[in-house]
Design a binder for this molecule. Structure first.
Ligand code: PMP
Length: 325
């Protein structure tokens, strides 16, 4: 139930009517940045929860600064636009919001200055991005992650995703589930569209933000869960390729990927090759949290429908279940 829609030129319209010219600067040169945001449907609550909505727009505002772009509203305003759009879709299923800020002029000439910005969001249903019900086999990519001195990986820049596409396609064509990027100095970076964590001797370790990674929002959420709920120490530091091979546990994470566990890298078994206890606990808490089932994580969520969900039973409002604001 529901229909995909877009916030386009200041209005909410059916997705198929939201069209841009083939001359658009952002399309021709990749001059823009975007976000990927998930909404989780909780059938029992009759509610759609958008995950880390403000956090995504805060990251977008930082990316906009790097690219000399301006968002059309402040963070609260962008959140309002998104909630309104999601509400108008009337979806009662998991969804995805894709806000994009880009150079909109229909001109030839690569640059960032002296061009006008445009912003839109589309909202469509979303399933899994990588398999989360079976272990993944990662292959180290022959492509290196883009360096901050060339194309900043911390900004979700449209054109930068050719780097991810090269990595992903190579991995799939070579029979792996996902690629593992090293950076130019040979240290472990991230997946094509996911951050990475390993467990070594009970400590959770992830590459540092200065190692050419996207500063992932799921990555921060996992550190929050590990430290707050599990009392596990987290380290963000440079990781060698062979540390991954001898890790006790390994998983990748992201808005799309959620938390996917890795049993093999480059044909080597990670730990026992089974889902490790720390990964398992983190996954359990994460999936409950994103579905609005843990009050201590209600600050991650924005409710789309309140009491106005399509088909929502009136009695649900009084069940006392978490409805985050
Ligand atoms: N790295 C890259 C390259 C990505 O595209 C993504 C997905 N946005 C991530 C990491 C994970 O980031 P987040 O948790 O904010 O979705």
């Amino acid at each position: 139930m529901g229909k995909s829609m877009a916030y386009f030129k200041g209005e909410n319209i059916p997705l198929e009517e939201a069209k841009i010219s083939i001359m658009t600067h952002g399309f021709n040169y990749g001059t823009g940045c975007f976000e990927g945001i998930r909404g989780y449907w909780n059938k029992e609550h009759g509610e759609l929860y958008i995950l880390h909505l403000a956090e995504h727009f805060r990251r977008m505002a930082k990316n906009a600064k790097i690219l000399f772009m301006n968002l059309p509203a402040d963070i609260a305003g962008l959140c309002d636009i998104s909630v309104q759009l999601a509400r108008e879709t009337e979806f009662n299923q998991d969804l995805y919001l894709r806000p994009t800020l880009y150079k909109a002029d229909e001109v030839i000439g690569v640059r960032l200055h002296g061009l006008k910005d445009a912003f839109h969001i589309y909202c469509a249903p979303m399933g899994t991005y990588v398999d989360i019900d079976r272990p993944l086999h990662l292959g180290t990519s022959s492509w290196r992650r883009i360096a901050d001195t060339a194309v900043p990986a911390r900004a979700k820049i449209i054109g930068a995703y050719i780097n991810s596409a090269l990595c992903k396609t190579e991995a799939i064509m070579n029979g792996f589930d996902e690629g593992l990027f090293l950076n130019e100095d040979g240290h472990v970076c991230e997946g094509s569209a996911e951050n990475l964590f390993m467990v070594r001797d009970g400590t959770l370790v992830t590459p540092s933000v200065a190692d050419n990674i996207l500063e992932g929002i799921t990555r921060s959420s996992i550190m929050e869960i590990a430290e707050r709920d599990l009392g596990i120490k987290c380290q963000a530091r440079t990781i060698d390729r062979t540390e991954i091979y001898i890790a006790d546990e390994l998983f990748i994470c992201g808005t799309g990927a959620q938390i996917a566990w890795v049993s093999h890298v480059d044909h080597r078994t990670i730990g026992t090759g089974q889902l490790g206890p720390i990964t398992e606990k983190i996954r359990e808490i994460y999936f409950k949290a994103v579905h609005g089932e843990l009050p201590q994580y209600s600050h991650w969520l924005t409710s789309v429908y309140g009491t106005a969900a399509p088909g929502r039973a009136a009695t649900l409002a009084s069940t006392g279940k978490v409805v985050a604001s």
